[in-house]
Ligand binder design. Structure first.
Ligand code: 3PY
Ligand code: MG
Length: 253
C-alpha cells in the first residue's frame, strides 16, 4: 500500500533512520518491521550515490523510502523523487517563503515547478507509465517541512497552509536549542512538550500529517498519542549498538 494511502487511513508508522552511506545497512533496516526507511543527507554521511543505491535496497524489501536533504538544498529534493524516494524531508523550514520554495521544487505544475524526468522512479515504481506517474506524483510523493525552531512554531499555521506541503516533521533536538535560546540540547525538555502536542494537533486540523524524531523507543507511543503519525526511531548506529548490547547482555549475563 502507498505511504500516502496509509497516512490517509491514519496509520501510525515508524521509520528507520539511515545515516551510514551503505545500501546494505539501509536494506537491513528495511528488512526489519519498520514501515519505511529515511535516508539522511543532512547530518547523515550519505551522498547521492549511496542514496541511490539505498533506495533500491529499500524497495527490494518492499518498503518505501524518505530522503532528508541538507538545509536549503531544494535542488536535491526533486532529484531524490526522481531516484524513486516516496517523500522528502526539508530541515529548517522557518517561514512561509521557505515552505513555498520547498513545495515548488517538489510538485509538478500547476502546483509547483518540478522538472520532468523521473527516470529511475519509473523503473522502481514499475506499475506506473509516464502519464500515470505525472498524474499521481503531486499527491503520492510527500513534501515534509521540518519544524525545529521557535520561528517555525510561530509560523506553523501559515506553513501548514502552503499548498504542496503535505506534512510537518518536528526535530526536537534543534527545537530544544531554539526553545532555550541556545542554552543546550535536550529533546525531552519538559517546557516544550505542550508545544509538541500543539504542532501535531494543528497539523491534523489543517488536514496534514505530523512526523517527529524519537530519540528513545519509549517516546514513540507518547508521540502517537499526541497525534503524530510517523515517528523516526533513533539512527542506524544507535540500532546497531543497541542490538549488540542486547546480544552481549545475553551472551555475558
Ligand atoms: C532534530 O531533532 O533536530 C532533528 O533534526 C532530528 O533528526
Ligand atoms: Mg534538526
Amino acid at each position: 500500500m502507498q505511504l500516502r494511502e496509509k497516512l490517509d487511513r491514519n496509520t501510525a508508522m515508524v521509520t528507520a533512520w539511515s545515516t551510514s552511506p551503505s545500501a546494505e545497512i539501509a536494506g537491513q533496516l528495511a528488512a526489519c518491521a519498520f514501515e519505511m526507511v529515511t535516508v539522511d543527507m543532512q547530518h547523515g554521511a550519505h551522498d547521492e550515490a549511496s542514496a541511490y543505491s539505498s533506495i533500491r535496497a529499500i524497495h527490494a524489501r518492499g518498503k518505501p523510502g524518505l530522503f532528508r536533504i541538507p538545509v536549503g538544498r531544494n535542488d536535491l529534493a526533486s532529484r531524490a523523487l526522481d531516484m524513486g524516494f516516496e517523500g522528502v524531508i526539508a530541515p529548517m523550514i522557518n517561514s512561509t517563503d521557505d515552505a513555498r520554495a520547498f513545495a515548488d521544487a517538489m510538485k509538478y505544475p500547476p502546483l509547483g515547478s518540478r522538472s520532468w524526468g523521473p527516470v529511475r522512479a519509473l523503473e522502481l515504481h514499475g506499475d506506473k507509465t509516464p502519464e500515470t506517474y505525472f498524474r499521481s506524483a503531486n499527491r503520492e510523493t510527500l513534501a515534509i517541512a521540518m519544524i525545529e525552531t521557535r520561528e517555525a512554531v510561530e509560523a506553523l499555521d501559515s506553513i501548514l497552509a502552503v499548498e504542496g506541503i503535505d506534512g510537518v516533521f518536528v526535530g526536537p533536538s534543534d527545537l530544544s536549542i531554539s526553545w532555550s535560546n541556545g542554552e543546550g540540547v535536550n529533546p525531552h525538555r519538559p517546557d516544550m512538550q505542550d508545544a509538541l502536542a500543539d504542532i501535531a494537533g494543528k497539523a491534523v486540523e489543517a488536514g496534514k500529517f505530523a512526523a517527529i524524531f524519537a530519540v528513545d523507543p519509549s517516546d514513540v507511543q507518547t508521540f502517537f498519542k499526541m497525534g503524530y503519525r510517523i515517528a523516526a526511531l533513533n539512527t542506524d548506529p544507535g540500532a546497531i549498538m543497541a542490538g549488540a548490547e542486547t546480544m552481549l547482555g545475553a551472551a555475558k549475563p
